[in-house]
Design a protein around this ligand. Structure first.
Ligand SMILES: O=C(CO)COP(=O)(O)O
Length: 251
């Protein structure tokens, strides 16, 4: 048995209306026995669709996640959502520290770490995102940047059951550009080494996803890169066929 079970997760970002539940239902229907035997599937819809997706996924092997959470369990934080609320709605995981949150909302590593701790408090898996910008990669800083983000954003005591790390180079998100397989392998090896050094055997159990312009056409080779335990897909997760095709790379 593989040490880490593959996971193909979809981040719907700020996309989807009630009518989109039908498309998500096609993902649920496509997650048949043979696929579910090989790979975990998860979809992270916008908060407005969370309950509808949980209902549509009931009885299936497709998990639902949130896209962000507040660090506190409740209180005067207009517009924010607590990890406990996501769990209460049926989510099993939450993405924290996505580069769009780090960029659009100025989230720091310390804030991302507090959100990951909130996820743990609420019984959710935290999917912590890290990734360098184009300028940082061109300056040869990619490894230092992701190592720094990992160290600052991942709480102490992380476990394979409670944490997933997603490497998402900012310049690869939504651009159709991807790093070379060698570059992905280099970053994932660095992340794996850092997790193992900090968490020992638990670090070895933490899954590392790659995200950034993953599609059916490139999924096979990206998912075969050493230390890539799955994908975090944006655009391709909005269409059931495209998303399922990525997951079927594991068959
Ligand atoms: O940001 C991403 C997932 O979180 C990746 O988005 P794309 O797959 O659209 O590049």
């Amino acid at each position: 048995m593989k040490l880490r079970r593959p996971l193909v997760a979809g981040n719907w970002k700020m996309n989807g209306l009630k009518a989109s539940v039908a498309e998500f239902t096609r993902i649920v229907e496509g997650c048949d026995g043979p696929l579910a035997a090989e790979v975990d599937l998860m979809v992270c819809p916008p908060a407005t669709l969370l309950s509808a997706f949980v209902a549509a996924a009931a009885g299936s092997d497709v998990a639902i996640g949130g896209q962000d959470c507040h660090a506190k369990p409740c209180g005067a934080h207009t517009g924010d959502i607590a990890a406990e609320m996501l769990a209460d709605a049926g989510a099993r995981a939450v993405i924290v520290g996505h580069s769009e949150r780090r960029c659009d909302h100025g989230e720091t590593d310390a804030q991302v770490r507090a959100k990951a701790e909130a996820a743990r408090r609420a019984g959710l898996v935290a999917i912590v995102c890290v990734g360098e910008t184009r300028a940082e990669r061109e300056a040869g800083q990619a490894l230092d940047i992701v190592r720094g983000q990992l160290a600052g954003s991942v709480p102490d005591g992380a476990t394979g059951a409670g944490l997933i790390v997603a490497y998402e180079p900012v310049w690869a998100i939504g651009t159709g550009l991807t790093p070379t397989n060698e570059d992905i392998a280099e970053v994932h090896a660095a992340l794996r080494a850092a997790l193992n050094a900090r968490f020992g055997s638990e670090g070895e159990a933490i899954r590392l996803l790659y995200g950034g312009s993953v599609k059916a056409e490139n999924a096979g080779e990206i998912l075969a890169v050493p230390d890539v335990d799955g994908a975090l897909c944006g655009g391709a997760s909005l269409k059931a066929e495209a998303f399922l095709a990525i997951a079927r790379s594991y068959l």
